[in-house]
Design a protein around this ligand. Structure first.
Ligand code: ZN
Length: 299
């Protein structure tokens, strides 16, 4: 097992901040949980990486961010990634076996699978009060560009986002995954933006840099070439679900009494499966009756 991690750096003049993440284990784990096709591994992997990068910037301990891509009738269907405030993520793709197409240069055509006529929702839940919901139309469905567009249009923050998932050409297993989110800070001059654009235009794809053995710090320095870069912190991140029996019980509560009882009819028990981690929760008919009677006691 490699160790997924995330680092945050700032330029010493306060012009820009960058968060970079290595997410190979996270995306490998997601590909196994959801049995994803190659293009679905890349789409879900990129969105998970983006969620981790954004989530790690949330300051409140109970906060979370949900990225949701929905395009009517796209091959991949809805793609969802949720991060806690430490950058730990979980995700889901509606059609994990969606067909894989390639660009002429051999790269996975993620835009085709995700579609470019849908929307990207960014939902920040601070753990109290109403969540903040942002939305932008998709630009390309390649995800990094869509995240960049979200920050430019919805939050007016000049941002560069790069995301990459590298698969083994034959086995289609996830070899490497990572990305960065670079943002200009309020004190930045337009010359700083020019300097960042020049540095970023010379960058190789993230997975190419990772495959060369570059560290996250080195990637941050390269993306901010011309600036003095200071590392603020480093943390470990992982694929982590927060499902529980109580959450599943709450899902039963939207069903009628008869439907709850009927759910145990075939197998002699009811089974509910978490969409993020596939963990199965079993309920005996007696446990279901207890849930039903508890509900009526609450009324
Ligand atoms: Zn779960």
């Amino acid at each position: 097992m490699r160790n997924d991690k995330l680092i945050r750096c700032i330029t010493s003049d306060g012009a820009a901040m960058i968060t970079a993440a290595l997410t190979s284990d996270i995306v490998y784990t997601a590909s196994k949980i959801h049995s994803t096709s190659p293009v679905a591994s890349a789409a879900l992997g990129r969105l998970l990486t983006a969620a981790s990068l954004i989530g790690s910037s949330l300051k409140q301990e109970n906060a979370s961010v949900t990225l949701r891509i929905s395009t009517e009738g796209s091959p991949a269907g809805a793609v969802i990634a949720v991060s806690d405030s430490s950058g730990n993520v979980r995700g889901y793709i509606q059609n994990p076996d969606c067909p894989t197409e390639y660009y002429p240069n051999g790269k996975l055509n993620v835009g085709k699978a995700v579609g470019n006529s849908g929307i990207l929702n960014v939902i920040r839940d601070y753990g109290a009060g109403e969540p903040y919901v942002g939305m932008v139309p998709l630009v390309s469905g390649e995800i990094a560009e869509d995240i960049t567009s979200y920050y430019a249009t919805s939050e007016q923050i000049p941002t560069v986002c790069a995301l990459g998932v590298l698969l083994d050409k034959e086995t289609h297993e996830v070899l490497l995954s990572g990305g960065f989110l670079l943002q200009m800070l309020p004190g930045a001059y337009s010359t700083d933006i020019d300097k960042v654009e020049a540095a970023v235009s010379k960058l190789e794809p993230v997975t190419t840099m990772l495959a060369k053995g570059m560290t996250l710090k080195e990637i941050c320095e390269k993306a901010l070439d011309g600036f003095e870069v200071e590392q603020l912190d480093e943390s470990n991140v992982a694929y982590k679900c927060n499902c529980s029996r109580e959450r599943v019980e709450r899902a039963f509560m939207v069903m009628s009494d008869d439907d709850i009882r009927a759910s145990a009819a075939d197998l002699g028990y009811a089974e509910a499966c978490c969409q993020f981690c596939n963990k199965k929760y079993r309920f005996t008919p007696e446990e279901l009756e207890k849930l039903i009677s508890e509900r009526h006691n609450d009324e």
